[in-house]
Design a protein. Structure first.
Length: 518
């Protein structure tokens, strides 16, 4: 990693100078035109997925103008009759609050509970009134534009989805299995269902295998860390600045674990850069883009320090995202036919005010026009019965030459929507996605304007000041809720809706919880 003068880093990180300069490549990402050969999804030749870690939509974007955030005029009503913002905490209530530490985007904010039990306790069968007992008062902490200016500028330049949900009420790996395979083994086959981060080795078919069989090129971009160890862990090592934090969840499937060099599952999922040997994180990605050999489907998994997982700084992640854009836009001809999906696997334990869609578990919760058996877990000795999902809203920004202009897309999506976009583009079906999810969630095509004209979006701030000043893990910063709080205000102004599609929340298959405005 290039050296960064510590004094200069602290000067920039603590002031406004970091936001004034623009790197040529990042500015280019927001201004390069799309290749509009057919005016359809067929113009997309490369789909890139960068799934970061553990942040909710309200936690990042609740104050952003023009999205369904803290200014929502029709919030869900809690059983006590108050709006969903007023979360009970013993004899008092706590509303969303902005922590009082300086330079929040560079703080090592402590993490929260985010397992199956804690997530379902907060969810409370749709009542949504147990967030603080399940997660602590810190669940209500949020960030704003001045804390994470790069993320806000990226959303202002491209298209943000404000009804994008994680797939699963729980931890990282199950959510990544939904993104990579369409489910968590819900049918009980291949070692499923998986409701936690067990990482034991599974046998159902992944979407990458289906792509391989169909002749669609794909690849995982990652740092190899110390490789696959005897415990079956890949890239999750003591050095948070190497490896992939275990976020290449393909490697929890036995076919990938047992693959040897020369096997496509090995060559495309178990290779990568070696920072320990002096490689740069982006060497392979840069070389592939420069040579116009970027695969049709790419997955990116970064080292722990850059994942945005608490307790790592959000703006370390901003630096990493900017480097990915830097690599992808270095060859304008490649960027002109590339779509990048930037999202987050789950919400950690951070509050989001939108109750997610979920199947009726019994007649009291309603009926569905499609089969729902694969979306409700009946319980076993290790896990209580509950809804698999949808989970809470998480950020999704669609970054591409066809999604510039600062739009908001309010169609309902989840992680399986990424697969469905690939289905639409490459014609490779994923049978693991349940009928109910297909009925409720869209395929992300509504975030694109393939036949329209190129726009001149907002510019992005430089992220040079966010490159880590050292390779250390720092102590937790633990926010404290104020003694009294009031509902935060959103930024003034509106945001144009994505150019097409009727919102799917009108579908008959969707079940809205009591008190919902829809």
């Amino acid at each position: 990693m290039p050296e960064l003068n510590r004094r200069r880093f602290m000067q920039l990180a603590g002031g406004t100078a970091a936001y004034a300069a623009l790197t040529q490549s990042i500015a280019r990402a927001a201004s390069l035109p799309a290749r509009r050969a057919t005016g359809t999804i067929q113009d997309v030749e490369h789909v890139v997925v960068l799934m970061q870690e553990n942040r909710s939509f309200d936690h990042y974007f609740g104050t952003m103008r023009g999205v369904r955030g803290f200014g929502d005029p029709r919030p869900v009503t809690l059983p006590n009759g108050k709006p969903v913002w007023h979360q009970p905490s013993g004899g008092k209530e706590v509303l969303p609050f902005h922590p009082d530490a300086e330079n929040l985007g560079m703080q090592f904010i402590a993490g929260l509970d985010h397992d199956w039990a804690g997530g379902h306790k907060a969810f409370n069968n749709g009542k949504y009134d147990q967030w603080i007992p399940a997660k602590s008062e810190r669940t209500m902490a949020y960030l704003e534009r001045n804390d994470i200016p790069f993320h806000y500028a990226l959303a202002d330049a491209f298209t943000i989805c404000d009804s994008y949900h994680c797939s699963f009420i729980g931890a990282t790996d199950p959510n990544r299995y939904y993104m990579l395979t369409g489910h968590v083994g819900n049918d009980g086959k291949g070692g499923g269902p998986i409701l936690g981060n067990q990482e034991l080795g599974y046998d159902w078919t992944t979407y990458a295998e289906r792509l391989e069989q169909a002749g669609i090129s794909w690849k995982v971009y990652q740092d190899i860390g110390d490789g696959l160890n005897a415990a079956g862990h890949w890239g999750w090592i003591d050095d948070a600045y190497r490896g992939n934090y275990g976020d290449n969840s393909l490697l929890y499937f036995n076919k990938y674990r047992n693959a040897k060099p020369g096997d496509p599952l090995y060559d495309k999922a178990r290779t990568g850069t070696n920072a320990k040997a002096g490689d740069g994180y982006f060497d392979i990605l840069k070389a592939d883009v420069a040579a116009d050999r970027l695969p049709q489907v790419s997955y990116i998994a970064c080292p722990e320090a850059f994942t945005e997982h608490p307790n790592w700084p959000v703006n370390y992640g901003a630096w990493y995202i900017a480097q990915v854009l830097d690599a992808l836009t270095a060859n304008p001809d490649v960027w002109a036919k590339t779509a990048l999906f930037l999202t987050y696997d789950e919400n950690d334990g951070y509050f989001d005010h939108i109750v997610p869609p979920y199947v009726p578990k019994d007649a009291a919760q309603g009926k569905s026009t499609v089969a729902t058996t694969l979306d409700y877990f009946p319980g076993n000795a290790s896990y209580a019965a509950g809804h698999y999902g949808l989970g809470q809203r998480v950020p999704m920004i669609v970054v591409s030459p066809w999604s510039t202009g600062g739009f908001v897309d309010s169609e309902v999506f989840d992680h399986t929507s990424i697969i469905r976009f690939m289905e639409r583009r490459f014609g490779v079906k994923e049978p693991n996605i349940s009928p109910w999810r297909r009925a409720v969630c869209g395929d992300l095509t509504s975030a694109f304007d393939f036949s329209g004209k190129d726009t001149d979006p907002a510019r992005l701030p430089d992220t040079a000041a966010y490159e880590p000043p050292d390779n250390k893990r720092h102590p937790d910063y633990v926010p404290k809720a104020p003694a009294g709080s009031k509902l935060p205000k959103q930024e003034a102004g509106s945001r144009p809706p994505a150019p097409c599609r009727t919102p799917r929340w009108w579908t008959a298959a969707r079940t809205w919880p009591p008190g919902s405005s829809r």
